[in-house]
Design a protein around this ligand. Sequence first.
Ligand SMILES: [Zn+2]
Length: 194
Amino acid sequence: MLAVILDVVSRAGEAPTIGGAPATVLVSVREQDLNADFGQGRGIGWIDGVETPISISAVTDLISNGGQQKVVITDEGRIIALGSPERCFTAAQRRAIQLRDGTCIIPGRKIPAGMTEIHHVIPHSEGGPTHTDNGVCLCWWHHRYLAASGWAIRMVRGAVQIMAPPWLETGARKWRNETKSCPRMTDAAERENG
Ligand SMILES: [Zn+2]
């Protein structure tokens, strides 16, 4: 029986940074629970410093939110695998993306950029790089329910484009550049008005 410890980067804006790096939450899970039931709502995990276990779906939420660094420990207690935290955007990348996007790029309630989450446009599991060209700001809700929301996101030469769902678009669906950054919107308005 192997143990798995997930070193999850906590949500931006929810926890202080330590030396510029986001604070991390240590989550430990038994490997069979993670492999068998990942995302299926069975099994439990433990957060460092909290006695009460959390559900596997809560563990999944933490990982999809912040990324993970996977550590594997044998029954005897030897660390046999130490993954790199490559899925996690660095603090510097997050700030740059938050400045570029302003807030959640999907129209809706405006929350401060610092409270948004960074979404891999091409999922990390499909080879999407953890690069500013592949990361966008989304609110908590759109990060989890993007597919259900019907909105589509793509990056074109590092610039964010979004497309409304068919039920919100009167004409043909089309991609448009998107930002909620106040300086960039001011710039765009000036360009439009000549
Ligand atoms: Zn949103």
